[in-house]
Design a protein around this ligand. Structure first.
Ligand code: SF4
Ligand code: SF4
Length: 95
């Protein structure tokens, strides 16, 4: 019986460490728009829980911009809904 508790404890610990590792990795990331792929469909804007992205209308076209970069948690939710590979996470410290 003790073995079961030890095994469960190890699984739980690994889960915590995995989450922590992902969180630390995300802290240095930021969303970036690949404009050449973007169709302006705005699915990403609807999906973002932190209102990071904004749609600008320019010369009849919709352009997506990163309005609140500091609010981006790098969760990747917007990437998951973009069908055109127009979003990517990049390092905040890219020169
Ligand atoms: S979901 Fe993708 S294609 Fe649509 S507006 Fe956002 S970045 Fe552009
Ligand atoms: S990665 Fe998450 S927080 Fe950042 S813009 Fe996309 S949906 Fe919003």
């Amino acid at each position: 019986m003790n073995i079961v508790y030890i095994a469960l404890g190890i699984v739980f610990l690994l889960w915590i460490l995995g989450n922590l590792h992902r969180k630390i990795k995300r802290r240095n990331k930021l969303i970036h728009i690949v404009e050449s792929n973007c169709t302006g469909c705005q699915r990403c804007i609807k999906r973002c829980p932190h209102k990071v992205l904004e749609a600008l209308k320019e010369e009849g076209k919709v352009r997506i911009v990163v309005k609140n970069p500091n609010k981006c948690s790098a969760c990747g939710d917007c990437i998951a809904v973009c069908k055109f590979k127009a979003l990517e996470l990049v390092s905040k410290h890219t020169p």
